[in-house]
Write a protein that binds this ligand. Sequence first.
Ligand SMILES: NC(=O)c1ccc[n+]([C@@H]2O[C@H](COP(=O)([O-])OP(=O)(O)OC[C@H]3O[C@@H](n4cnc5c(N)ncnc54)[C@H](OP(=O)(O)O)[C@@H]3O)[C@@H](O)[C@H]2O)c1
Length: 311
Amino acid sequence: MQAITIDALNPQSRFVLTNMPRPTLNAGEVLINIKAFSINPMDVAAKLGLLGSPFSDNWSFPLVLGWDMAGVIVAVGDGVTDYQVGDRVFGGLPSNHAGNNGSYAEFCVTPTTELAKTPAALSDAQAAALPIAGMTAYQAITESLNVQPGQKLLIQGGAGGVGSLAVQLAKLRGAYVAATAGPAHTQLLQALGVDQVIDYHQVQPADVLHDYDGVFDTVGDIDGGLATLKPTGKLITVAAQPTAAQLAQPQSVAFQFTHGTTAMLDALAKHLADGALTQPIETLPFSAASVQAAQERVAGRHVTGKLVITH
Ligand SMILES: NC(=O)c1ccc[n+]([C@@H]2O[C@H](COP(=O)([O-])OP(=O)(O)OC[C@H]3O[C@@H](n4cnc5c(N)ncnc54)[C@H](OP(=O)(O)O)[C@@H]3O)[C@@H](O)[C@H]2O)c1
Protein backbone atom coordinates (compact mmCIF):
# COMPACT_ATOMS: atom_id res chain seq x y z
CA MET A 1 0.00 0.00 0.00
CA GLN A 2 0.97 3.63 -0.27
CA ALA A 3 1.58 5.47 2.97
CA ILE A 4 2.91 8.86 3.95
CA THR A 5 5.75 8.31 6.38
CA ILE A 6 8.57 9.95 8.30
CA ASP A 7 11.97 8.48 9.16
CA ALA A 8 12.60 10.35 12.41
CA LEU A 9 10.74 12.24 15.11
CA ASN A 10 12.02 15.80 14.94
CA PRO A 11 11.09 19.20 13.42
CA GLN A 12 13.36 18.64 10.37
CA SER A 13 11.99 15.30 9.19
CA ARG A 14 9.88 15.49 6.00
CA PHE A 15 6.87 13.40 5.01
CA VAL A 16 7.49 11.12 2.00
CA LEU A 17 5.36 8.69 -0.02
CA THR A 18 6.39 5.09 0.79
CA ASN A 19 5.31 1.65 -0.44
CA MET A 20 4.91 -0.73 2.45
CA PRO A 21 2.95 -3.90 3.37
CA ARG A 22 -0.60 -3.56 4.63
CA PRO A 23 -0.93 -3.99 8.41
CA THR A 24 -1.93 -7.49 9.55
CA LEU A 25 -5.56 -8.11 10.51
CA ASN A 26 -6.12 -9.63 13.99
CA ALA A 27 -9.20 -10.99 15.76
CA GLY A 28 -11.74 -8.32 16.65
CA GLU A 29 -10.35 -5.94 14.05
CA VAL A 30 -11.38 -4.83 10.56
CA LEU A 31 -9.20 -3.88 7.59
CA ILE A 32 -10.23 -0.49 6.19
CA ASN A 33 -9.52 1.07 2.82
CA ILE A 34 -9.02 4.66 4.01
CA LYS A 35 -10.82 7.30 1.95
CA ALA A 36 -9.99 10.35 4.10
CA PHE A 37 -8.06 11.23 7.24
CA SER A 38 -7.72 14.37 9.32
CA ILE A 39 -4.78 16.02 11.01
CA ASN A 40 -4.80 16.67 14.76
CA PRO A 41 -2.47 18.62 17.06
CA MET A 42 -1.50 15.26 18.61
CA ASP A 43 -0.11 14.19 15.21
CA VAL A 44 2.10 17.27 15.28
CA ALA A 45 3.23 16.48 18.82
CA ALA A 46 3.98 12.93 17.68
CA LYS A 47 6.17 14.11 14.81
CA LEU A 48 8.12 16.34 17.18
CA GLY A 49 8.79 13.36 19.46
CA LEU A 50 6.66 14.78 22.26
CA LEU A 51 4.36 11.77 22.69
CA GLY A 52 5.81 9.08 24.91
CA SER A 53 4.30 5.86 26.20
CA PRO A 54 1.78 4.40 25.37
CA PHE A 55 1.55 6.26 22.05
CA SER A 56 5.05 5.45 20.81
CA ASP A 57 5.36 1.97 22.36
CA ASN A 58 4.85 0.08 19.06
CA TRP A 59 6.37 2.51 16.57
CA SER A 60 9.04 1.64 14.00
CA PHE A 61 10.41 3.45 10.94
CA PRO A 62 9.29 4.30 8.35
CA LEU A 63 6.47 5.50 10.63
CA VAL A 64 2.86 6.08 9.54
CA LEU A 65 1.32 8.70 11.83
CA GLY A 66 -2.35 9.63 12.19
CA TRP A 67 -5.36 8.49 14.19
CA ASP A 68 -8.55 9.89 12.60
CA MET A 69 -9.92 8.32 9.43
CA ALA A 70 -12.98 7.27 7.41
CA GLY A 71 -13.20 4.54 4.79
CA VAL A 72 -14.68 1.21 3.71
CA ILE A 73 -14.21 -2.19 5.35
CA VAL A 74 -12.44 -4.64 3.01
CA ALA A 75 -11.91 -7.56 5.45
CA VAL A 76 -13.14 -8.53 8.91
CA GLY A 77 -11.14 -10.43 11.55
CA ASP A 78 -12.26 -13.47 13.57
CA GLY A 79 -15.04 -12.70 16.00
CA VAL A 80 -16.31 -9.58 14.27
CA THR A 81 -20.10 -9.85 13.92
CA ASP A 82 -21.38 -6.27 13.89
CA TYR A 83 -19.48 -5.06 10.80
CA GLN A 84 -19.26 -6.46 7.25
CA VAL A 85 -17.14 -6.01 4.16
CA GLY A 86 -18.48 -2.94 2.32
CA ASP A 87 -19.59 -1.00 5.42
CA ARG A 88 -18.62 2.67 5.41
CA VAL A 89 -17.02 3.45 8.78
CA PHE A 90 -15.18 6.24 10.57
CA GLY A 91 -13.27 6.54 13.81
CA GLY A 92 -9.76 6.10 15.05
CA LEU A 93 -6.73 3.90 15.49
CA PRO A 94 -5.77 2.68 18.99
CA SER A 95 -3.60 5.20 20.89
CA ASN A 96 -0.66 2.79 20.68
CA HIS A 97 -1.07 1.75 17.04
CA ALA A 98 1.83 -0.02 15.32
CA GLY A 99 4.34 1.97 13.25
CA ASN A 100 2.90 0.71 9.94
CA ASN A 101 -0.70 1.26 11.04
CA GLY A 102 -1.42 4.99 11.15
CA SER A 103 -4.17 6.73 9.21
CA TYR A 104 -1.86 8.58 6.74
CA ALA A 105 -2.13 5.55 4.40
CA GLU A 106 -4.32 3.56 2.02
CA PHE A 107 -5.19 0.88 4.60
CA CYS A 108 -5.33 0.44 8.39
CA VAL A 109 -6.60 -2.15 10.85
CA THR A 110 -8.49 -1.20 14.01
CA PRO A 111 -10.75 -2.82 16.61
CA THR A 112 -14.46 -2.27 15.96
CA THR A 113 -14.68 -0.59 19.39
CA GLU A 114 -12.89 2.41 17.79
CA LEU A 115 -15.48 2.76 15.00
CA ALA A 116 -18.98 3.79 14.03
CA LYS A 117 -20.87 3.42 10.75
CA THR A 118 -20.82 6.49 8.52
CA PRO A 119 -24.34 7.80 7.81
CA ALA A 120 -25.20 7.91 4.09
CA ALA A 121 -25.66 11.69 4.32
CA LEU A 122 -22.01 12.26 5.31
CA SER A 123 -19.02 12.30 2.98
CA ASP A 124 -15.87 10.44 3.99
CA ALA A 125 -14.12 13.80 4.44
CA GLN A 126 -16.83 15.00 6.84
CA ALA A 127 -16.66 11.75 8.82
CA ALA A 128 -12.84 11.75 8.97
CA ALA A 129 -12.88 15.24 10.49
CA LEU A 130 -15.04 14.18 13.43
CA PRO A 131 -13.40 11.60 15.69
CA ILE A 132 -10.82 13.21 18.01
CA ALA A 133 -12.08 16.80 17.80
CA GLY A 134 -15.71 15.74 18.03
CA MET A 135 -15.35 13.30 20.91
CA THR A 136 -13.21 15.83 22.83
CA ALA A 137 -15.86 18.53 22.42
CA TYR A 138 -18.70 16.10 23.14
CA GLN A 139 -17.14 14.75 26.35
CA ALA A 140 -16.32 18.27 27.57
CA ILE A 141 -19.76 19.77 26.97
CA THR A 142 -22.03 16.83 27.83
CA GLU A 143 -20.00 15.09 30.55
CA SER A 144 -17.07 17.04 32.05
CA LEU A 145 -18.98 20.35 32.18
CA ASN A 146 -22.47 18.81 31.86
CA VAL A 147 -23.68 22.12 30.43
CA GLN A 148 -27.27 23.03 31.42
CA PRO A 149 -29.83 25.32 29.75
CA GLY A 150 -29.28 28.98 30.60
CA GLN A 151 -25.72 28.54 31.88
CA LYS A 152 -23.09 31.02 30.74
CA LEU A 153 -20.14 29.26 29.13
CA LEU A 154 -16.85 30.58 27.72
CA ILE A 155 -15.08 28.50 25.08
CA GLN A 156 -11.49 29.58 24.52
CA GLY A 157 -10.43 28.86 20.94
CA GLY A 158 -13.90 28.71 19.36
CA ALA A 159 -12.74 28.38 15.74
CA GLY A 160 -10.47 25.33 16.02
CA GLY A 161 -11.24 21.67 15.45
CA VAL A 162 -12.47 21.13 19.01
CA GLY A 163 -13.83 24.63 19.64
CA SER A 164 -15.97 24.91 16.50
CA LEU A 165 -17.92 21.80 17.54
CA ALA A 166 -17.95 22.66 21.26
CA VAL A 167 -19.65 26.03 20.69
CA GLN A 168 -22.44 24.34 18.73
CA LEU A 169 -22.89 21.48 21.22
CA ALA A 170 -23.16 24.04 24.04
CA LYS A 171 -25.79 26.00 22.08
CA LEU A 172 -27.72 22.76 21.48
CA ARG A 173 -27.82 22.32 25.29
CA GLY A 174 -29.30 25.80 25.68
CA ALA A 175 -26.28 27.67 27.06
CA TYR A 176 -25.35 31.32 26.49
CA VAL A 177 -22.00 30.92 24.73
CA ALA A 178 -19.07 33.32 24.57
CA ALA A 179 -15.99 32.29 22.59
CA THR A 180 -12.53 33.69 21.90
CA ALA A 181 -11.07 33.87 18.39
CA GLY A 182 -8.91 36.05 16.20
CA PRO A 183 -10.65 38.69 14.03
CA ALA A 184 -10.58 36.42 10.95
CA HIS A 185 -12.95 34.04 12.73
CA THR A 186 -15.59 36.45 14.10
CA GLN A 187 -18.10 35.86 11.30
CA LEU A 188 -17.65 32.09 11.43
CA LEU A 189 -18.39 31.97 15.14
CA GLN A 190 -21.43 34.20 14.75
CA ALA A 191 -22.68 31.87 12.02
CA LEU A 192 -22.16 28.89 14.36
CA GLY A 193 -24.47 30.58 16.89
CA VAL A 194 -21.97 32.06 19.37
CA ASP A 195 -23.68 34.80 21.40
CA GLN A 196 -20.56 36.85 22.16
CA VAL A 197 -17.33 36.64 20.17
CA ILE A 198 -14.22 37.98 21.91
CA ASP A 199 -11.20 38.98 19.83
CA TYR A 200 -8.45 37.85 22.17
CA HIS A 201 -5.93 40.09 20.39
CA GLN A 202 -7.85 43.14 21.67
CA VAL A 203 -9.64 42.09 24.85
CA GLN A 204 -9.02 39.71 27.74
CA PRO A 205 -12.10 37.55 28.39
CA ALA A 206 -12.31 38.79 32.00
CA ASP A 207 -12.54 42.40 30.74
CA VAL A 208 -16.02 41.63 29.43
CA LEU A 209 -17.22 38.39 31.09
CA HIS A 210 -18.03 37.98 34.80
CA ASP A 211 -19.61 35.30 36.98
CA TYR A 212 -19.55 32.65 34.28
CA ASP A 213 -20.72 29.12 35.12
CA GLY A 214 -18.20 27.27 32.98
CA VAL A 215 -15.10 27.53 30.81
CA PHE A 216 -13.89 25.08 28.19
CA ASP A 217 -10.25 25.90 27.48
CA THR A 218 -8.86 24.54 24.18
CA VAL A 219 -5.87 26.92 24.01
CA GLY A 220 -4.06 26.60 27.36
CA ASP A 221 -5.15 29.89 28.98
CA ILE A 222 -6.34 28.60 32.35
CA ASP A 223 -5.74 31.87 34.23
CA GLY A 224 -7.68 33.83 31.60
CA GLY A 225 -10.58 31.43 31.90
CA LEU A 226 -10.56 31.28 35.70
CA ALA A 227 -10.83 35.08 35.86
CA THR A 228 -14.28 34.94 34.22
CA LEU A 229 -15.76 32.29 36.54
CA LYS A 230 -18.03 32.67 39.55
CA PRO A 231 -16.63 31.03 42.74
CA THR A 232 -18.62 27.83 42.14
CA GLY A 233 -17.75 27.75 38.43
CA LYS A 234 -15.92 24.95 36.65
CA LEU A 235 -13.08 25.03 34.12
CA ILE A 236 -12.18 22.08 31.91
CA THR A 237 -9.00 22.28 29.86
CA VAL A 238 -7.66 19.97 27.16
CA ALA A 239 -4.64 22.13 26.35
CA ALA A 240 -2.57 22.68 29.53
CA GLN A 241 -1.82 20.94 32.80
CA PRO A 242 -3.25 22.98 35.72
CA THR A 243 -0.66 24.21 38.21
CA ALA A 244 -0.93 23.75 41.98
CA ALA A 245 -1.90 27.42 42.31
CA GLN A 246 -4.68 27.05 39.73
CA LEU A 247 -5.96 23.88 41.41
CA ALA A 248 -6.06 25.77 44.73
CA GLN A 249 -8.56 28.35 43.40
CA PRO A 250 -12.15 28.18 44.71
CA GLN A 251 -13.37 27.23 41.24
CA SER A 252 -13.07 23.63 40.04
CA VAL A 253 -10.24 23.11 37.50
CA ALA A 254 -9.54 19.82 35.71
CA PHE A 255 -7.69 18.47 32.69
CA GLN A 256 -9.81 16.23 30.46
CA PHE A 257 -8.31 13.05 29.04
CA THR A 258 -10.73 12.20 26.26
CA HIS A 259 -12.07 8.64 26.20
CA GLY A 260 -14.14 8.35 23.05
CA THR A 261 -16.85 5.77 22.45
CA THR A 262 -18.85 4.49 19.49
CA ALA A 263 -21.93 6.09 21.08
CA MET A 264 -20.24 9.51 20.93
CA LEU A 265 -19.28 8.98 17.27
CA ASP A 266 -22.87 7.95 16.49
CA ALA A 267 -24.32 11.01 18.26
CA LEU A 268 -21.92 13.41 16.51
CA ALA A 269 -22.51 11.89 13.07
CA LYS A 270 -26.29 12.01 13.57
CA HIS A 271 -26.12 15.71 14.52
CA LEU A 272 -23.96 16.42 11.47
CA ALA A 273 -26.22 14.41 9.15
CA ASP A 274 -29.42 16.12 10.33
CA GLY A 275 -27.89 19.60 10.19
CA ALA A 276 -27.86 20.33 13.93
CA LEU A 277 -24.04 20.56 13.70
CA THR A 278 -21.82 21.89 10.95
CA GLN A 279 -18.07 21.37 10.86
CA PRO A 280 -15.79 23.69 8.92
CA ILE A 281 -13.37 21.53 6.90
CA GLU A 282 -10.79 22.11 4.18
CA THR A 283 -9.72 19.16 2.03
CA LEU A 284 -6.33 18.51 0.45
CA PRO A 285 -5.43 15.66 -1.94
CA PHE A 286 -3.49 12.59 -0.73
CA SER A 287 0.20 13.41 -1.09
CA ALA A 288 3.28 13.86 1.06
CA ALA A 289 3.23 17.59 0.25
CA SER A 290 -0.36 17.90 1.50
CA VAL A 291 0.44 16.18 4.79
CA GLN A 292 3.59 18.28 5.23
CA ALA A 293 1.63 21.49 4.62
CA ALA A 294 -1.30 20.43 6.80
CA GLN A 295 0.98 19.47 9.69
CA GLU A 296 2.76 22.83 9.46
CA ARG A 297 -0.56 24.70 9.45
CA VAL A 298 -1.88 22.79 12.48
CA ALA A 299 1.43 23.48 14.24
CA GLY A 300 0.83 27.19 13.54
CA ARG A 301 -2.40 26.98 15.61
CA HIS A 302 -4.68 29.13 13.43
CA VAL A 303 -6.56 26.64 11.30
CA THR A 304 -10.31 26.96 10.80
CA GLY A 305 -12.04 23.75 11.87
CA LYS A 306 -10.26 20.70 10.42
CA LEU A 307 -7.81 19.94 7.63
CA VAL A 308 -8.71 16.67 5.88
CA ILE A 309 -6.66 14.67 3.37
CA THR A 310 -8.74 12.75 0.80
CA HIS A 311 -7.73 9.84 -1.46
N1 LIG B 1 -6.86 16.30 26.24
C1 LIG B 1 -7.38 15.74 25.15
O1 LIG B 1 -7.96 14.66 25.23
C2 LIG B 1 -7.29 16.46 23.84
C3 LIG B 1 -8.00 15.96 22.73
C4 LIG B 1 -7.97 16.71 21.54
C5 LIG B 1 -7.24 17.90 21.47
N2 LIG B 1 -6.53 18.30 22.56
C6 LIG B 1 -5.79 19.58 22.54
O2 LIG B 1 -6.76 20.60 22.43
C7 LIG B 1 -6.18 21.73 21.77
C8 LIG B 1 -7.10 22.19 20.67
O3 LIG B 1 -7.19 21.19 19.67
P1 LIG B 1 -7.79 21.58 18.25
O4 LIG B 1 -7.80 20.36 17.42
O5 LIG B 1 -9.03 22.34 18.41
O6 LIG B 1 -6.65 22.57 17.73
P2 LIG B 1 -6.68 23.51 16.47
O7 LIG B 1 -7.78 23.12 15.55
O8 LIG B 1 -5.31 23.56 15.94
O9 LIG B 1 -7.04 24.94 17.09
C9 LIG B 1 -6.71 26.03 16.34
C10 LIG B 1 -7.52 27.21 16.83
O10 LIG B 1 -6.96 27.72 18.05
C11 LIG B 1 -7.24 29.11 18.06
N3 LIG B 1 -6.28 29.81 18.93
C12 LIG B 1 -4.93 29.72 18.90
N4 LIG B 1 -4.42 30.48 19.90
C13 LIG B 1 -5.48 31.04 20.55
C14 LIG B 1 -5.62 31.92 21.67
N5 LIG B 1 -4.56 32.36 22.34
N6 LIG B 1 -6.87 32.25 22.07
C15 LIG B 1 -7.96 31.81 21.42
N7 LIG B 1 -7.88 31.00 20.34
C16 LIG B 1 -6.67 30.61 19.92
C17 LIG B 1 -7.13 29.54 16.62
O11 LIG B 1 -8.05 30.58 16.47
P3 LIG B 1 -7.62 31.96 15.75
O12 LIG B 1 -7.01 31.58 14.43
O13 LIG B 1 -8.95 32.64 15.65
O14 LIG B 1 -6.62 32.63 16.65
C18 LIG B 1 -7.51 28.32 15.83
O15 LIG B 1 -8.81 28.42 15.26
C19 LIG B 1 -4.79 21.28 21.32
O16 LIG B 1 -3.85 21.72 22.26
C20 LIG B 1 -4.88 19.76 21.36
O17 LIG B 1 -3.62 19.17 21.54
C21 LIG B 1 -6.54 17.61 23.73
